[in-house]
Write a protein that binds this ligand. Structure first.
Ligand SMILES: C[S@@+](CC[C@H](N)C(=O)[O-])C[C@H]1O[C@@H](n2cnc3c(N)ncnc32)[C@H](O)[C@@H]1O
Length: 258
């Protein structure tokens, strides 16, 4: 039995990440999550500490109004700060923070060993996927972005990746999951943003069964998701988590499954 102290930054996302990785539901109490498992998970981005129940321990935590004796099993000491986008040789201002990227990869790739980011940019998601021991496959429509992603992956001395130039809306290869952060701008290569989301989501229906994707809060992403269909298949929203950036933008991290 584990007691996970969830991240205050986004408790719902933190819980979703933990439950995806453990593969089972927990019981929430405040910011603690109780999970019945014998397996110790050591790569959760959004869980700071794990406690294990121990009758002999003098240390206690409050759970469901009762004091429970616990010993500390694990502390997340991941040094996200060293992997911040501005510390990479190929910096891009739109790159998401490593902690969020890792949480997204954990959710998308639980139980799978390949992660594909079809909008890889400078490779923030690919780096976290490789560090989690997964094979990372990235595509970007711009060759200079592919080059920048490779520069950053090499900087972190990672090896298990492939990055190629491709258009995400016409990709043909199948993957167990997509984890991605498509552009937010109104116009990308003269393509309307909503049209890009629509075309990508439709193509992805042919290529995968699971996706963790970020939409800007100002877009009508839920309507687009509902509209997209291919041979009777449609995306279902399994979770949607808001990450506030500034008053005009929140990142809506959305988990989609068939
Ligand atoms: C928000 S950035 C991704 C940032 C990335 N997560 C990082 O760590 O740098 C979106 C990327 O999507 C790429 N892109 C835009 N349209 C695309 C398309 N149709 N197919 C593939 N990539 C595309 C852009 O070139 C850009 O690099």
């Amino acid at each position: 039995m584990y007691y996970l102290r969830l991240s205050q930054e986004n408790i719902a996302f933190s819980r979703f990440e933990a439950e995806s990785v453990f593969g089972k539901k927990g019981t929430l109490d405040g910011h603690m999550l109780r999970i019945n498992s014998d397996v110790l998970i050591d790569h959760l981005a959004y869980t700071k500490k794990i406690f294990i129940r121990d009758k002999n321990s003098r240390r206690t935590i409050m759970f469901k109004g009762k004091e429970v004796p616990v010993k500390k099993a694990w502390i997340n000491e991941d040094k996200f700060i060293y992997r911040r986008p501005d510390r990479r040789p190929a910096f891009h201002p739109t790159s998401i923070l490593p902690k969020l990227a890792k949480g997204m990869v954990n959710i998308g790739s639980a139980g799978k060993n390949i992660v594909c980011d079809p909008f890889c940019g400078t490779g923030g998601i690919l780096i976290e996927a490789c560090l989690l021991g997964k094979k990372a496959v990235g595509f970007d429509i711009e060759s200079f972005m592919c080059y920048r992603a490779i520069t950053n992956l090499r900087h972190h001395k990672l090896k298990n990746y492939s990055v190629k130039k491709a258009d995400a809306t016409t990709l043909k290869k199948r993957f167990p999951c997509f984890v991605c952060d498509p552009p937010y701008g109104k116009n990308t290569k003269n393509v309307d943003r909503d049209q890009l989301y629509h075309d990508f989501l439709k193509n992805a229906l042919k290529l995968t069964k699971k996706m963790v994707i970020i939409f800007p809060s100002w877009s009508d992403y839920k309507k687009i998701i509902r509209k997209v269909a291919y041979r009777g298949k449609q995306w279902k929203i399994k979770g949607c988590f808001e990450f506030y950036i500034h008053r005009n933008l929140s990142r809506m991290v959305t988990v989609l499954e068939l």
